[in-house]
Design a binder for this molecule. Structure first.
Ligand code: 5GP
Ligand code: SF4
Ligand code: MG
Length: 465
C-alpha cells in the first residue's frame, strides 16, 4: 500500500490526490482520502479503482476541504481478500479529543489476536482490515492526547507499519521499530508532507527532508512544526529488501540511494555471478528494466526491448484471481517478434513467485522464434510468504518452495535459469561485505525464511516456520 499526508497548505486533499497518484504502483485496488477543515470537521471519500479516475473530479474534491489531509492506496494482502469498500482506508474514528484518521502500509502480525480481545471488550469493528485495530486501541487508551494514545496502541501491535495519521490539527507519521516499510518527510512552502516514497514528493514540488527513522514518530502541527519521538524500544532496523528489488518506484530514494541505481547494481552483480553467452539482454518490463540495463552494462551484451508492455495495464500481480492473472500476462506484454527471431535471448525479471509470468513469457519468446532463452532473476528464489505487507501467496503456491533451481528450470523449460545470490543482493544494495548472517541488515524473510517478527496469527493458523 501507499500512504500520503499533507498539513499547512490550502486544499490539502488536492495535494494528497497527486501524491497518491504517484504512489499508485503500491496499490491499485482502491484509494481514499480524509481531510479536516476547522468548520466542516472530518470528511472522507473512499473509492475502488485508480486515483486518476476518482480523485480528479471536482464533485469529489470539493467534499474534501481543509488544510490537513491524508490518503491511502490499497492493495490487499494476506487476510482480507477481495473487494469491500468498508476495508478501504483511511479509517476514521471519532473518540476522545475529536478522534483521528489513519492510513497504514504494512501488515499487523497479531491483528487476529488483538481483534478477538477488542471485540470481547466491546469494540465494534467496521471492516475486516488488520489496520482497524489501531483505531480501537487508540479509542480505549487512557492517555491524554492523541499522539500518546497512538503510542499506547502501537506498543501492542506487532509486525510492519508505516502510518500516516491525522488529528484535527496534527499530521502524524510513524514507523515500526524495524522500519520494514518506507516513510519519508517532505516540506512544501510552510507546509509538511509525509509519504511512502520520495517520488510522490516530486509530483507536488515538495522538498525531500529526510526519512522517518525506524521506530520514530513525528507529530507535525502548523504552529509547532515537527516534533520527533522514539516511543518504542530501540531495535536494529530490518528494512524490506524487496522494496529495493521491486516494490518501490525506480525514481525514489531509499536509504540515501536511488532505487534505479540499486536495481542496475543488482543487474551488474547478476551478470558477474551468472554470465551467459547470448545476443540480447531484454527486460521483462517494467519491473526487470533497470536490472537488465545493469546486466547489459556488465556483460557487454546489447540491451534491447524484446518485450513491449502495454502501458494501459496495471501490475499483474495485483489481479486477485489466478485465471485473470494468467490472461493478464498477454494483455500486458507482447514479444517484439522482428527483434527476437533467431536470437539467443537473456530475459531479466525482478522475481519468480508462482512462475506464471516467466512461463508465459518463455512461450511467447519461443513462439517468436528465439533460439535460446536464459532467465536471470534480480532476487533470490522466493520460497517463503511475506507477512509484512507484500502479497505473496501461500507457501505451497511459491515455485521455489517446492522445487530446486534445477527443477524450476525444467518446469519453465528454458535453457538456463539463475537467481542472484542473497549475498549478491546485499552487495548490490550497498553492503560491501554481503549479508551479515548473525544479524541481517534487512528483512529478507521471503528468500531466507528468517522472519524478524514472529507471524503470530499465521502460526495460530498452522503456518510452520
Ligand atoms: P509470478 O508470475 O512468478 O507469480 O510473479 C512474478 C511477477 O510478479 C514478476 O514479474 C514481478 O514483477 C511481479 N510482482 C508483482 N507484484 C509482486 C509482489 O508483490 N511480489 C512479487 N514477488 N512479485 C510481484
Ligand atoms: Fe520484504 Fe520479503 Fe521481508 Fe516481506 S518478507 S518485508 S517482501 S523482504
Ligand atoms: Mg514484473
Amino acid at each position: 500500500c501507499g500512504v500520503f499526508g499533507v498539513i499547512g497548505v490550502q486544499d490539502a486533499a488536492n495535494f494528497v490526490a497527486l501524491g497518491l497518484h504517484a504512489l499508485q504502483h503500491r496499490g491499485q485496488e482502491a484509494g481514499g482520502i480524509v481531510s479536516h477543515d476547522p468548520e466542516q470537521g472530518f470528511n472522507s471519500a473512499r473509492r475502488f479503482g485508480y486515483v486518476r479516475d476518482n480523485f480528479t473530479s471536482t464533485d469529489i474534491m470539493e467534499t474534501l476541504p481543509g488544510p490537513l489531509a491524508i490518503g491511502h492506496v490499497r492493495y490487499s494482502t494476506a487476510g482480507s481478500k477481495g473487494a469491500a469498500i468498508r476495508d478501504v482506508q483511511p479509517f476514521f474514528g471519532e473518540f476522545a479529543m475529536g478522534g483521528a484518521a489513519i492510513a497504514h502500509n504494512g501488515n499487523i502480525t497479531n491483528a487476529d489476536a488483538l481483534r478477538r480481545e477488542l471485540i470481547e471488550r466491546g469494540s465494534i469493528f467496521q471492516s475486516s482490515s488488520d489496520s482497524e485495530c489501531i483505531i480501537h486501541l487508540m479509542a480505549r487508551s487512557l492517555q491524554r492526547d492523541i499522539p500518546e494514545r497512538m503510542e499506547d496502541a502501537l506498543r501492542r501491535v506487532e509486525g510492519a507499519f508505516s502510518i500516516v495519521a491525522m488529528t484535527r490539527s496534527q499530521l502524524i507519521g510513524v514507523r515500526d521499530p524495524l522500519g520494514v516499510r518506507p516513510l519519508v518527510l517532505g516540506q512544501i512552502g510552510d507546509g509538511w508532507v509525509i509519504s511512502s516514497e520520495t517520488c510522490a514528493l516530486d509530483i507536488i514540488g515538495a522538498d525531500f527532508v529526510r526519512e522517518i527513522e525506524p521506530g520514530e514518530m513525528v507529530v507535525i502541527s502548523t504552529e509547532g512544526g515537527v516534533e520527533s519521538l522514539f516511543p518504542f524500544r530501540r531495535q536494529k532496523p530490518r528494512f524490506c529488501i524487496f522494496e529495493h528489488v521491486y516494490f518501490s518506484r525506480p525514481d525514489s530514494i531509499l536509504g540515501g540511494r536511488s532505487v534505479y541505481e540499486t536495481r542496475a547494481a543488482i543487474g551488474r552483480e547478476l551478470a558477474k555471478e551468472s554470465p551467459v553467452d547470448a545476443d540480447l539482454v531484454c527486460p521483462v518490463p517494467d519491473s526487470g528494466t533497470p536490472a537488465a540495463i545493469g546486466f547489459s552494462q556488465e556483460s557487454g551484451i546489447p540491451y534491447a526491448m524484446g518485450i513491449i508492455r502495454n502501458q494501459y495495464m496495471g501490475r499483474t500481480f495485483i489481479e486477485p484471481t489466478e485465471q485473470i492473472r494468467n490472461m493478464g500476462v498477454r494483455l500486458k506484454l507482447n514479444v517484439n517478434r522482428a527483434l527476437i527471431r533467431g536470437k539467443r535471448v537473456i530475459l531479466v525479471d525482478d522475481s519468480v513467485v508462482r512462475g506464471t509470468t516467466s512461463r508465459k513469457i518463455k512461450e511467447m519468446i519461443l513462439d517468436a522464434g528465439a533460439k535460446e532463452v536464459h532467465f536471470r532473476i534480480a532476487s533470490p528464489p522466493t520460497a517463503w510468504p511475506c507477512f509484512y505487507g507484500v502479497d505473496t501467496p501461500q507457501r505451497e503456491k511459491l515455485l521455489a518452495a517446492t522445487m530446486t533451481e534445477d527443477e524450476m528450470r525444467e518446469h519453465l523449460s528454458v535453457d538456463s535459469l539463475k537467481f542472484i545470490s542473497l549475498d549478491g543482493l546485499y552487495r548490490a544494495v550497498g553492503e560491501a561485505e554481503g549479508r551479515n548472517a548473525a544479524c541481517p541488515q534487512y528483512c529478507d524473510a521471503c528468500f531466507s525464511g528468517e522472519y524478524p517478527v514472529k507471524p503470530t496469527d499465521m502460526i495460530d493458523k498452522g503456518f510452520e516456520m
